[in-house]
Design a protein around this ligand. Structure first.
Ligand SMILES: Cc1cc2nc3c(=O)[nH]c(=O)nc-3n(C[C@H](O)[C@H](O)[C@H](O)COP(=O)(O)OP(=O)(O)OC[C@H]3O[C@@H](n4cnc5c(N)ncnc54)[C@H](O)[C@@H]3O)c2cc1C
Ligand SMILES: NC(=O)c1ccc[n+]([C@@H]2O[C@H](COP(=O)([O-])OP(=O)(O)OC[C@H]3O[C@@H](n4cnc5c(N)ncnc54)[C@H](OP(=O)(O)O)[C@@H]3O)[C@@H](O)[C@H]2O)c1
Length: 247
């Protein structure tokens, strides 16, 4: 039986009509940066639960989550409407393998995300581990439109704090804006635009990749990396690609 804990909303920030960040006063949860937890509401007499990656770093309150309203979704539209003072349930046990304890050392760590898939990386980037283990860290975020490039303030701060070691690369697939690349991440791996924009080469001997978000991106980006000599990481057969699909 899962144990449910109650969390209380202290803020629900809306970045766009569809994108929101929920901050909760508690409960305190034990987790490794990059993990997810099930969030639930009681809807029509049933507890409806969905996985959400934790955005805040371990040991910090408020707990933070980043979500999108999935049209006709059962839970996400209701989460988006929560107000300060409302409560929701969280499963007591966080889980997931998109964590640095599963990723081998390398020269550079690459984090590739689409949409809300940036969430686990925002937690990992605020822990000491990536900066202790990798000489360079690259965060790549692919979204449809410019206004979906969220958490820019936090990322700018990290770029300043880790100057020369941390790069962010943004992709817009249905919009254009200065300082962003056009299209999708996998094509830019294949044609060399991603490595050029990040300023680091992509190679099995020096790169580790973490992928998160849209399952088609995970599949296509994995194929593009495999074509460059990288392979999926398994505990018994170490490689360079560790991934989590959001659906
Ligand atoms: C390990 C894991 C971690 C996750 N972390 C997050 C997170 O941090 N933030 C978040 O918003 N969602 C996250 N999700 C997705 C989340 O669990 C729900 O699927 C999502 O909120 C939709 O729930 P729903 O009840 O509204 O829609 P449902 O009625 O369950 O509809 C599900 C459908 O919505 C689409 N969909 C689901 N999630 C997304 C998404 N994030 N972006 C785009 N389309 C989506 C897919 O087509 C999927 O088949 C995660 C999923 C997994 C498996
Ligand atoms: N984004 C919004 O403003 C918005 C608003 C309201 C509702 N929604 C709904 O919310 C859900 C999620 O939308 P989302 O935009 O967050 O997530 P998404 O559909 O996963 O798109 C996020 C990014 O991933 C890209 N992508 C898709 N397939 C890819 C692949 N195979 N390889 C690489 N990149 C790929 C998309 O490019 P493409 O653009 O080329 O597909 C887009 O840039 C959808 O159901 C959507 O209808 C979205």
């Amino acid at each position: 039986m899962s144990e449910w804990l109650e969390g209380r909303v202290i803020e629900n920030r809306h970045w766009t009509p569809a994108l929101f960040s929920l901050r909760l006063a508690g409960p305190p949860l034990a987790f490794e940066a990059g993990q997810f937890v099930k969030i639930a509401l009681d809807i029509g007499g049933e507890r409806v639960a969905r996985a959400f990656s934790i955005v805040s770093p371990p040991g910090e309150l408020p707990l933070e989550f980043y979500g999108i309203v999935v049209p006709d979704g059962l839970l996400s539209p209701r989460l988006a409407c929560l107000q300060p003072g409302d409560s929701l349930y969280l499963n007591a046990k966080a889980t997931g393998f998109l964590v640095l304890s599963e990723v081998p050392p390398a020269e550079e760590l690459w984090m590739l995300a689409t949409g809300t898939g940036i969430a686990p990386f925002l937690s990992i980037l605020r822990t000491p581990t990536p900066w202790e283990r990798y000489a360079g860290v690259v965060l790549v975020h692919g979204v449809r439109r410019h206004e979906e490039l969220v958490y820019r303030g936090l990322l700018d701060e990290l770029e300043q704090r880790h100057a020369g070691r941390f790069r962010t690369v943004s992709f817009l697939s249905r919009d254009t804006a200065p300082g962003t690349l056009a299209g999708r991440i996998p094509a830019a791996i294949a044609d060399g635009r991603l490595a050029a924009a990040a300023g680091f080469p992509i190679a099995a001997e020096r790169s580790q990749f973490m992928l998160c978000g849209n399952p088609d991106m995970v599949k296509d980006a994995t194929e593009a990396l495999v074509a460059q000599g990288l392979r999926k990481h398994r505990r018994r057969a170490p490689g360079q690609i560790t991934a989590e699909r959001f659906w």
